[in-house]
Ligand binder design. Sequence first.
Ligand code: AMP
Length: 586
Amino acid sequence: MEYSLIADAYEKIEATTKRLEMTDHLVRLLKETPKDVIDKVVYLTQGKLYPDFIGIEIGIAEKLAIRAVARATGHSEKEIEEDIRETGDLGETAQKFLRKKTQVSFFSKPLTVERVYETLDKMARSTGAGSMDLKINFLAGLLSDASPKEAKYVVRTVTGSLRLGIADMTVLDALAIAFGGGKETREYLERSYNISSDLGRVAKTVAEEGIESIKEFEVSLGEPIRPMLAERLGSPTEILEKLGGKCTAEYKYDGERIQAHKKEDQIILFSRRLEDITDQYPDGSELTRKHVKAKEAIIEAECVAVDPDTGEMKPFQELMHRRRKYGVKKAMEEYPVSLFMFDALYVDGKDLTLEPYPVRRQHLEKIIEQTDHVKVSEHIITDDPEELEKFFEKAVENGCEGLVCKSVNGDSVYQAGARGWLWIKYKRDYKSEMTDTVDLVVVGAFHGRGKRAGTYGALLLAAYDPDEDVFKTVTKCGTGFTDEDLKKLPKMMEKYRIPHRHPRVISTIEADVWFEPTVVIEAMGAEITLSPIHACAMDVIRKDSGLAIRFPRFTGNYRLDKSAEDATTVQEVVEMYRGQLKKVAG
Ligand code: AMP
């Protein structure tokens, strides 16, 4: 196929601002294109060589492209740079200088799409020492054989400034008209794109095999499925109503979404934006390899950083922050990830995307071997708004953002690439920083694991209730302790150790070790939330809910100056919670 056909189409597309006209030009181009190169033509019209998830990009620096244009036209780089100041576009300048070229080589062959594509591909793949010269040579070679107009578009393509504005949806429209039998067939093409993320493959399939083949298009290992997204509502009642009275509610883990593709021992992890992020999560890959008990599978999970000593989930920013600071290997040691699996889209040859959610979940539960670091998302099935609210509070208490409520109806398919009402998220809309520290009483402790074996993984802390003269638990704190603190703590607490919960301590949580409420430490939390688990302010704000301090951190201050009765009171925690709400509202 001659590249001039593409260049002519680009010129027309560039000249219009109307989407319909743009589509018409594209339809004409696609119809003129031999079927075996249609995928390449589609990628090229979007300034690409491959679908995004492959991660091979064209892009060379303008400076290098200037050198290639200089070489191909016999002008100096300086002349070219000066001209760019006038045209504002190296493509335009290249066209101009090629027109001026006096010596026409009569033996040059017309530029073909195949040759342009292959050359750009070689350029994109050459890396390392000497690759700059190589790239310039490749480009100069193409430009020497190009017409002025072709040169303009080749230059724009390699410098990433093609910008024809051809969106994915325009290509799908054009494909529907050119090969599908009309625009109304676009929905099938759209679905095949949503489950493959590869417009080139979609184009080739419909051009070569027709629309029937597109209707039977299935997911394919190695090609990311565009993620299904959730809508949002503000209350359990609204959510249940929207989902037909009943739903499955799952913890909404606060991490990074991952789509894992497993083929025997080979694992690819895709991000929500469909980038290959396998290298960023060697531990995530290993967990998938070991604990997904299917030969082939595509599953979705939330990848969450977990404190190895306490088992607590960390807010996602912490993992990002650490990764930037220390690199992957170190981060893996400090905060290994856990995977919370929430969907199965393909298992051993079977495309599950059109199955209702309960069926997909069944498959998921069957193939996941649950361990400390691999879990199927925590869930309940309910038709009761109160139960939903309680489960939500429990999710928040356990370090989650809230819930994702999912339809369990017959039509609850996986809506790839769409934000719809089959999934509804329920998050706290109040969230603010806690600005004051609190002084809390150490009433219990949990044994540490890993690096913290032999000492405490976390302390159970309580606020003082002067009305009842008791201590009510408000948080579990495992962060902020230095190695020295950790060594010191068991010794320091030994004399207060008792074999059971102290009668003045109110707690629904079972600690591994109990203490007489004596020692006070200072802590800082991220926020205060409703919690069904902690006893502090139980039933004060809401029935069956207490208050908890989220993401607490020991400040390093042992408040030896304070007696347990001088600790922060339950009333103070309530005021802090209310103040926090006001702050957000204001
Ligand atoms: P949002 O990013 O606020 O639109 O919420 C949707 C995101 O929640 C998804 O993209 C997932 O990354 C994340 N998520 C966490 N837990 C779940 C779950 N159980 N089911 C679905 N999505 C989840």
